[in-house]
Write a protein that binds this ligand. Structure first.
Ligand SMILES: Nc1ncnc2c1ncn2[C@@H]1O[C@H](COP(=O)(O)OP(=O)(O)OP(=O)(O)O)[C@@H](O)[C@H]1O
Ligand SMILES: [Mg+2]
Length: 255
């Protein structure tokens, strides 16, 4: 079905320094309001795709189209205003409090201070960190999971229609992770962004993505709903599914 693609990659090729050819013909079409999870092994080019979407990198060949316009034609500032980016390493500014970190983009956009304060409180509440408790803390006074939530709050602060999330729930214990997954689904049901979330964990991709794309050998090997992808026989997809089946088998044995 040809609906309004919010983000589209068409025949994208990209080489990166010593790594050589990383993307070799990536095609990907993401609808407005959809959550697509991208999965692939380390070094497959997942972060590279996010950087292409927000214009940090440009394709050697092919097109990256956001809202109908090639990223080469976007003014970089205008493009990034439309995109909230949760970095792979969180990247909170250590010398800024939680509230100041979250308000970074609204401040850049010149919002008035009262509006920024109100919005910071709102997005902190959305990610389950009440401002009264957390606003004045420093990043080093937070747990890893709390820092990751601040990263998500910061990406949401200016209410961008597109959200790029690079392993946002990376190094977390499984319980906290599952909790953040539930929170993500609740937030997404409320705010309905176009989301691209990168992870190397198929379980996480299944939990969060309306569609899951597998990146392998420089291209999208397969992209489908979790239920369909789980039945994939593609040799580039199967190895990524194995840990899920092993976990399922263990549970089965216990029962
Ligand atoms: N700044 C850079 N300069 C040159 N090559 C790079 C750079 N950043 C990444 N690469 C290379 O590009 C390839 C893809 O990197 P990318 O960061 O997109 O992988 P990834 O799928 O996000 O991996 P991970 O799961 O480890 O985060 C890798 O081979 C990597 O070594
Ligand atoms: Mg990465």
């Amino acid at each position: 079905m040809e609906t309004s693609a919010a983000i589209e990659l068409r025949g994208v090729h990209l080489s990166r320094g010593a790594a050589g050819s990383v993307l070799r013909g990536v095609n990907l079409s993401i609808c407005s309001g959809e959550t697509v999870a991208l999965v692939g092994r380390s070094g497959a080019g997942k972060s590279t795709i996010l950087k292409l979407i927000n214009g940090l990198l440009t394709a050697d060949a092919g097109h990256v189209i956001v809202d109908g316009r090639d990223t080469r034609e976007w003014n970089a500032y205008e493009l990034r205003r439309r995109i909230g980016y949760v970095l792979q390493d969180v990247g909170l500014f250590p010398h800024m409090t939680v509230a100041t970190n979250v308000g970074v983009v609204p401040r850049l956009l010149g919002w008035d201070p009262a509006r920024i304060d109100a919005r910071v409180d709102e997005v902190l509440a959305l990610v389950g960190l009440p401002a009264g408790v957390f606003a004045t803390r420093w990043p080093h006074e937070l747990s890893g999971g709390q820092r990751q939530r601040v990263g998500v709050a910061r990406a949401l602060a200016a209410d961008p229609p597109v959200l790029l999330m690079d392993e946002p729930f990376g190094a977390l214990d499984p319980v906290t992770r599952a909790e953040l997954h539930r929170e993500f689904r609740r937030i997404q049901a409320e705010v309905r962004k176009t989301v691209v979330i990168v992870t190397h964990d198929m379980g996480e991709a299944f939990a969060l993505g309306s569609r899951v794309g597998v990146l392998a050998d420089g291209a999208i090997a397969e992209i489908a709903s979790p239920a369909r992808l789980a039945r994939s026989m593609d040799p580039r997809v199967r190895p990524l599914l194995e840990p899920l089946f092993e976990a399922g088998a263990l549970v089965g044995r216990e029962a």
